[in-house]
Design a protein around this ligand. Structure first.
Ligand code: TXA
Ligand code: MG
Length: 338
């Protein structure tokens, strides 16, 4: 199959909408990462997503809508707080989990009786949903386990020849996937995956925000898995990622003592590259920049042929919690204090 690169104009969006309506997959830009989209209510189309990504069947997909009014068609028992959150954070990087209605097929929800829903903020994604007139199931567009795509060229690397089209909507502005939350009760939300809507943002709507322990810690045998995605090794490039936590001078001492062919480092913009004797790349200065670049940098390390990448641990605050969460998983929880 030839994968066509489309742009964001009416003709191309309508072409993509026709593909979606005929049960095909389209790579779509969102403000978080690129997604691999299909008609959320068409089980055959959704099956193609799992096949193209090599995704485990028990890992549910997020359903994307263009208007909050579509919510009650897909979900039930929607608490009031969800509407307050939608008012404040939609369109945007917040996915909320609800009890699903019958129209969401089992394959889309990974066999669960719940469904995660979000309204994305990218104009091309919204235009596509409106043109097709159907909600889109879309996981991140990477091969399962690989870092998420944040540019159309990343989508092409992972999906070229497997899907009919990718819409090029430029670089994703946020760069890490949406925040996923569930509702414990009318007033309490639990963050299952940190993202662009931070704990601090959620605290503006409710005082009761729980951070699920699986965000920062490896699941132990027998522990409750609230989000199937947390079970899997994730976001990791072919290179072996090792996170080092501590002062920059100590980071340099450690890396210099472990230097060799194929060893690279990923540091902050304001760190002095001259202090390190392996190739050093920066993934930004503040947490937003780091979120924006982290997946792209990981992919770049692979294209350079890196075997081992020592990454300077980011601050785990604000959107930095999302960056830390992705890195700790990419590293298979290998964090060394220096
Ligand atoms: O920003 C995003 O959320 C992107 C863009 C394309 O919208 N999508 C995305 O999808 O990251 P995906 O499939 O790569 O990650 C979805 C995560 C997985 O960890 C999955 O287990 C969890 O959300 N999830 C989805 N539905 C769920 C549900 N009903 N219950 C618990 N966890 C759920
Ligand atoms: Mg993903």
């Amino acid at each position: 199959m030839k994968t066509e690169l489309l742009v964001e104009n009416t003709a191309d969006i309508d072409k993509a909408a026709e593909l979606i309506k005929s049960g095909e997959l389209v790579g779509i830009p969102t403000e978080t990462v690129y997604g691999l989209a299909a008609d959320a209510c068409n089980p055959k189309a959704v099956a193609k997503i799992f096949a193209a990504k090599g995704r485990p069947a028990d890992n549910p997909l997020i359903v994307h809508i263009a208007d909050t009014s579509m919510l009650s068609e897909l979900a039930e028992n929607i608490p009031d707080i969800a509407y307050r959150l939608a008012d404040k954070f939609w369109p945007g990087p917040l996915t909320m989990i609800f009890k699903k209605k019958f129209c969401i097929p089992e394959i889309t929800s990974g066999g669960l009786d719940t469904v995660g829903i979000r309204k994305p903020a990218h104009s091309a994604a919204l235009a596509l949903i409106r043109s097709a007139g159907i909600p889109l199931a879309a996981p991140s567009g990477n091969i399962s386990g690989y870092p998420s795509p944040t540019k159309a060229e990343h989508m092409m690397r992972d999906m070229n020849g497997k899907i009919p089209a990718v819409i090029d909507g430029g670089e994703c502005s946020i760069g890490v996937e949406s925040t996923v939350i569930s509702f414990e009760n009318e007033n309490t939300v639990r963050i299952l995956r940190p993202g662009g809507v931070t704990r601090e943002d959620l605290l503006e709507i409710t005082d009761n925000v729980i951070i699920d322990p699986a965000i920062l810690h490896e699941l132990e045998e027998g522990q409750i898995v609230r989000s199937p995605g947390m079970k899997y090794k994730h976001y990791s490039p072919n290179a072996h990622i090792i996170m080092l936590e501590g002062k920059y001078d100590n980071f340099c001492d450690y890396v210099n003592a472990h230097s060799g062919a194929g060893v690279y480092s990923l540091i902050f913009d304001d760190d002095d590259k001259m202090k390190i004797n392996v190739p050093a790349f920066s993934y930004g200065c503040d947490s937003s920049e780091q979120a924006h670049s982290i997946f792209s940098c990981m992919r770049e390390m692979d294209s350079l042929g890196a075997d081992i990448v020592y990454v300077r641990a980011p601050k785990a605050e604000g959107v930095g919690l999302a960056v830390y969460n992705r890195l700790i998983r990419a590293a298979g929880f290998e964090v060394i204090q220096v």
